[in-house]
Design a protein around this ligand. Structure first.
Ligand code: F6R
Length: 258
């Protein structure tokens, strides 16, 4: 696990965007796993800027989103389809047919989930998975007690997640209770993972995920089992890390490492 702590959200976002760009430059037809929510907004903004100003090319890229709310149509302003279109896809040159987002309106969720998993495999697997983290330690919508072997499926959202996400809706009642989400097992198969976190309300989840025991009660702790995970967090989200000084020492010394 590599842990990079940045002073601002902007630095966090730029660091992550550079890591994405490095992957796309090395492998122009990379398969990216994408997250929604507040956390990756700055990263997507920076990728759009890199596309416009520096020619960062998405013409051969394929993307798979982590999750979608069940019951929201693609053009619902709070759907993750809408979010991705507005914040990334409409600004870059990714072909429409290379974009995969779980459906929140299929009439056969079991079949859709199996197909989604199969499509990931058929596209060669995910090269880079971007993640946020919930205040309850979830990755994607793998809420506490999700199996580390779980695959794409329907999950019932935890009360805390519903309350956290109510800020995007007019009332708490409007927040969907179910989501379709990649599983922890699906995520762990990505070749590289970058998890972003910012803000004080993520400090406890980040510390549990990095320094706590591996437990399905904090599904992000499953990332301890993955061999190529990069955490990029801002100073507030790093606030509860006991070994913060050590991680910063490693980063400072890495420059001259043999
Ligand atoms: C979203 C997702 C979620 C979020 C998490 C944090 O696609 O998978 O796990 O990353 O809930 O959300 P924000 O970034 O809004 O705090």
């Amino acid at each position: 696990m590599e842990i990079i702590v940045k002073d601002t959200v902007e630095d966090m976002s730029k660091t992550a965007a550079r890591a994405v760009a490095r992957i796309l430059n090395a492998k122009p037809d990379a398969v990216l796993g994408l997250a929604t929510g507040s956390t990756p907004l700055g990263l997507y903004k920076e990728l759009v800027r890199m596309h416009k100003d520096e020619g960062l090319d998405f013409s051969q890229v394929t993307t798979f989103n982590l999750d979608e709310y069940v019951g929201l149509t693609q053009n619902h302003p709070q759907s993750y389809h809408y979010f991705m279109h507005e914040n990334l896809f409409k600004h870059i040159n990714i072909p429409k047919q290379n974009i995969y987002i779980p459906s929140g309106t299929t009439d056969n969720y079991a079949a859709f989930c199996a197909w989604y998993e199969q499509r990931i495999q058929q596209c060669g697997g995910i090269d880079l998975q971007l993640l946020g983290i919930g205040s309850d330690g979830h990755i994607a919508f793998n809420e506490p007690a999700s199996s580390f072997g779980s695959r794409t499926r329907i999950k019932t959202l935890a009360r805390q997640t519903i309350e956290d996400n109510a800020r995007f809706f007019d009332t708490l009642d409007q927040v969907p209770i179910y989501a379709i989400t990649m599983g922890v097992g699906t995520i762990l198969e990505a070749r590289k993972i970058i998890l972003l976190a910012n803000g004080k309300n993520k400090a406890s989840a980040v510390a549990s995920a990095i320094e706590g025991p591996v437990t399905s009660m904090i599904t992000a702790s499953a990332l301890q089992l993955h061999r190529d995970v990069l955490y990029v967090v801002d100073r507030e989200a790093a606030g509860d890390l006991k070994m913060l000084e050590y991680y910063e020492w490693i980063q400072a010394k890495m420059v001259d490492a043999p």
